[in-house]
Design a protein. Sequence first.
Lengths: 226, 226
Amino acid sequence: MTEMPLPAPGATERTRIRRIPENAVPDRAALHHVLDAGLVAHVSVSDESGQPYVLPVAYARRGEEVVFHGSTGSRLFRSLADGQPTCLTVTRLDGLVLARSAFESSMNYRSAMVLGTARRLSGDDELDALRTITEHLLPGRWADCRPPSAKERAATMTLALALDECSVKIRTGGPEDVPEDVTDPVYSRVWAGTVPIHEDFGTPIRSEECLAEVEVPGYITDWRRP
Amino acid sequence: MTEMPLPAPGATERTRIRRIPENAVPDRAALHHVLDAGLVAHVSVSDESGQPYVLPVAYARRGEEVVFHGSTGSRLFRSLADGQPTCLTVTRLDGLVLARSAFESSMNYRSAMVLGTARRLSGDDELDALRTITEHLLPGRWADCRPPSAKERAATMTLALALDECSVKIRTGGPEDVPEDVTDPVYSRVWAGTVPIHEDFGTPIRSEECLAEVEVPGYITDWRRP
């Protein structure tokens, strides 16, 4: 179980972790690690009526910001570009934590939350962000694939959110049973521990349109999730 | 690639899928499937200033609603119980989709979004919801573990969100390259296809406080992710 003092990186009163604060992680390296370990982020955006939506997006960390993209035709994405406050959260699950009690049972996870206002990118800066997202998903791919055309670029909205106001929570380790459960005649006979969760890649499946003589590149076969 | 007509289950003007609508899935069985396949949901909640937060939560589908829980001490969770509009999204990633172009590259995924207002559960209804969450994470566990005490119940806030207004998006299959890339002298030599992503469970790790003679139950060793 991670137990580190507050504050979290870029912590403010809004991101100070009030619940189970011992899972809060203070250092910037941990923030970067969690953001680098995820493949999908969930971003909040509200419509005119105040109804919130939580959208899954591909993203990447680029230095001290996260970049993500959507369609220029998306009403919700345009709201983000117009300066609506947002939150982007990345969560990786690492295991089920099975205590004797339902209450103490939990999950091991790594989660980072970034608050702020996104800014829209353009020009070479946007192209660099798109490259960073592709490389985050699969390092080595950008050099191989065709970069976006002017028309494709026009259909893409790329946003950046600075890592100014963030929180990170990481839970590791086994269950923390209450002492009464550990010595209880019934519940001491219940299996307790963790079940790891792994996110792995399977065997690549060639597209029907891909020539059989084109070998699967090493950057695909050799890649392992952080 | 899934291509099914609109509308999505419980679709309204707010949840009608405008972007890549061919990924929208209309049937209720698909909605249930996606919610049953996830382990974590991301829920939106705003503070008094209108700043949104996206929180990862354990959850489960219970019939035609999703149930999830948090701490009664959580200011944000109390806002949800007080009737703030919210959105709960579940996303499972199934693969990287590698087209010849960065623009047509994508991910295979299953995602469900539920809009509405949560209601707080109590009494036997709440206990049933807590059971459902535990059983969703690991079927068979509830009968083994100690149910929550009155004190633990008092520290837990359990919420339900009806599946009244929802959307489901599912992408499957390989890349859909533009014809020019498939025949291009350079890009026809680029490997194209999908890299499956699997979420699997590893070998259970016994807690130091768990007696060595307590065998790992079959509901743990036999469980496979949907």
